[in-house]
Design a protein around this ligand. Sequence first.
Ligand code: G3I
Length: 333
Amino acid sequence: MSFRLWSLLLLGLSLLTLAQSGPPLRTLAEKHGLQVGAAVEPNLLLQDPEYAQVLAREFNLVVAENVMKWGALQTTRGQFNFAPADLLVEFAQKNHMAVRGHTLVWHQQLPRWVYGDFTPAEMEAILREHIQTVVGHFRGKIAYWDVANEVIGDDAELRPTPFEVLPDYLEKAFRYAHTADPGAKLFYNDYGAEGLGPKSDAIYALLKSLKDKGVPLDGVGFQAHLDLNFSPTAARMAENLERFAKLGLEIHITEMDVRLSGPGSKAERLQKQAQIYQEVLQVCLRQPRCKVFTLWGVSDAYSWRAASEPLIFDADYQPKPAYFALRRTLQQP
Ligand code: G3I
């Protein structure tokens, strides 16, 4: 029997085992009114049947890991390439999954031409054209947009960005997105702000100021790229999320993964990883405004930080202790 046939047989058996051991995450999550998502590279949907199968079976939301970023969509000014992102949207629609658009305004993965020497008026036209074209293209198909990503730096200050030549670029970005698709919920997304501290304080102040100006901002995404030290603690995270909820914002966990590197045996580290996934999911479930819990990938094989095995399926799509910890948590009433 060929290797490929063997691997498909093994996959079938492992999925059968998984199915026999209980319902998939998406089915359990829906009972809590929760969407459980994964970051996706659409080319893998064509290349790796196991990737597509596990994704469709376990998750009810997808987020474009890279194909909806400025650099992927408008590499050359005025020329848009939607094909990879359209493939992702089609897959999601076929598998009854919501879609998160990531991300309209970010200081990374920008094409070289965006760094030109533009006047405020020229940058306004560039920003407006990108957002109206992109959000307009996907109108009605995207549940949530990460309109702005990582605007606050690790020093709790506004990051340098080519868009800053236009002083109110952030407010304009949200308004352009809302006009282009009033049905999409618009989010600010960032990392390292899961707990209380200078960075989350700065994000809180920024989002409060946008809300006070009537900017169409619906929610905040906490990326949750964590490691085995899990700081903040779950209690501090819950306290932090509550203050954003009190602003009237929807709360999403948008990019969770937990690096496995650290001291201890692999078995001990896998258990610690499972515990952290479980604790963050519990924080989300206990926060009424937390509606989405997304992992930054399907399997360790394709993670942006694959070497640290941060996800809930290993490189052979075998569920790890973290998978079962999430499932046990979702099986609680
Ligand atoms: O598409 C090119 C390909 O043509 C080329 O051959 C290859 C080798 O140079 O590079 C490919 O682009 C890579 C891209 O991922 C798509 O695979 C870039 O080099 C690589 O830098 C890029 O990394 C992405 C990273 O964002 C960029 O900063 C990661 O996949 C992606 O997981 C990561 O995601 C970010 C979120 O968007 C925001 N939050 C943090 C998170 C992790 O950094």
